[in-house]
Design a protein around this ligand. Sequence first.
Ligand SMILES: [Zn+2]
Length: 703
Amino acid sequence: MQISRFAILAVILCPALTILPGHAQSQTAPVKAEAQPPKLEHFDPNVIDKTLDPCQDFYQYTCSKWNAAHPIPPDQVAWGTASGLQYWNEGILRQAMESASVQSSKRSDFEQKIGDYWAACMDEPGLDAAGSRDLKPDLDRIAGMKSKSELAAQVAHIHMSLPGAWQGNDNQTPAALLGYSSTQDLDDASKVVGGIDQGGLGLPNRDFYIKDDAKSKEILTKYQQHIGKMLQLAGENAQQAAADTKTVIAIETAMAQAQMDNIARRDPKNLNNKMSFEQVQALTPSFDWKRYASDIASPPSSPHYIVTSPQFFKEVEQLIQQRSLDDWKAYLRWHLVHGSAPYLSKAFVDEHWDFYSHTLLGSKEQLPRWRRCVRVADRDLGMALGQAYVAVAFPPASKERTVNLLHNVENALDQDISSLDWMQAATKEQAKVKLHAIEDKIGYPNQWRDYSSVKITRGSYLNNVHGATAFEFHRQLDKIGKPVDRSEWGITPPTIDAYYDPQLNTINFPAGILQPPFFDSGMEDAVNYGAIGMIIGHEITHGFDDEGRKFDAHGNLRDWWTPEDAKAYEARGECIAQEYTQDIPEAGVKQNGHLTQGEDTADNGGLRLSFMALTSKLQAEGKSLDEKEADGWTPRQRFFLSYGFSWCEQFRPELMRTQVLTNPHSLPKYRVNNVVSNMPEFQQAFSCKAGTPMVRAQQCRVW
Ligand SMILES: [Zn+2]
């Protein structure tokens, strides 16, 4: 699975997956979690705590009762009103795979694949008996290295085998040594070129190596211990593992220091470094790029390569020169074992979970194995497996109603642009051209992916993952030198998320998120506009956020703003960045409002546009926003309550900390309170007086 570097996800839930997608959690179903599966949540005003004051803390008002009644289960790192949906979505895939796992001559080719993938993944006793067996050929390959000139071949092999290993920095499972893939050209979005990105780390980003506060040091120490244990599981003795751990930490720390940070990476201009193949080679003479490209079978047709951070590669060159062959073998062993661990025996799985899910995210217990298998299968075969989900969960009527909702929110942005007092006519015209060029993708792709060339057997889970990774890596590389395929989807149909891709100028809403509590076919418009309408508005405004606004209607990196309008925009964006630069006491860290500025602007714009769209719709139907309904609430109130309800979610403190430090999305409580406190429409809904916390003295507004 890969989406464009600049594609912007809404990231609704499942942080364990979205933060560390390569790190599946695992093992041993806790019986109680199975006995009482969570249900789909529907908006219910009875959960509102009316003893609280909505103008003091709207999130608490909407969510405190629900949160108190739904503590985070031990095998989860977060739990919210959408968690039942995730369980439900996964249950549908499980059923499809389980029934396909019964061996029969009548199975179709694809049923054989998903069935045998499932069987190999679920076979815990078989995996335990195999131990590190499936790792051995690749360990031997590293042991056989005769000189550092073979580094490129080793890295190529790891990239073709392990999920996430070839994907660069933004994947948040940083690649082994470096990231390599296809990417749309920044200046000409119709072209696909080779993209080379920084990578090389085992921790989520560079801050984890560089920050020197007590908590950061503690995590780094635990990471060292984790590397040591993993290397011992792979067969090293304690003394060698200790020495190798030091080497790995030293190499990764040097790489981290040379990396571009994630604030600088928000400006696409900083990443747009075009180089010829010869220039790439000259940047790192000690890394044999020719060998690497030939081993991974990268098409030679790229007109040029985009190297996101040349500085990083200068450091890689230094490291290759300075470090011994044995040091590099240790580094490769670590990345091999790390990337393979989730697909091996219990000892590997447990140790991997202990650091990546327990220490980094706060998980108390491992997920039931079936859920882990479903998630990994969705990653590896999801663009065909998704058919089973759509058949059960996404009837044509749902598609029709969401398409209609989407058009209404797009019209709201058109009106909004017309009415802006800070944007001049020339920029408005360009903004509308871009808005009307957005391609809407709803539910699922028009064409299901053909996985027939992927080899899947019941014999080795790890080998199945190798096969699926090679397929996906080559599918991405095949695009180099060819015209861009606009129809492609970057996330699978059952995914509970959505994204805007500025280089394709598309928004994508998979069927997985068009479900309760976000889209509820049994609910009236006010409830649906408050939940899914806001997410739709959020995605549309990404085309016009601090990153998205730098691309034009065709997806080219081109400045279409007058200098005055750009300045006015930046001042308004800065108001949001300042608002969200705040201490997060429950996470023990401070939020950087410049990291989250794009998402926060999208949240604010999204809720306002959806409210505008609802207002127009009710007006056209002759209905009032402020007339009380049978249950005592007005549609205006239900709009905001449904918004709050769809974001009720509790996080473990470890996850909060990791999220605030690495993720461009604010925590749910702030996504609710910081947004409504900027809106006079909200003030009116609950008669909030000036001076109360939900009415900011200086309200920020971009859209
Ligand atoms: Zn977003």
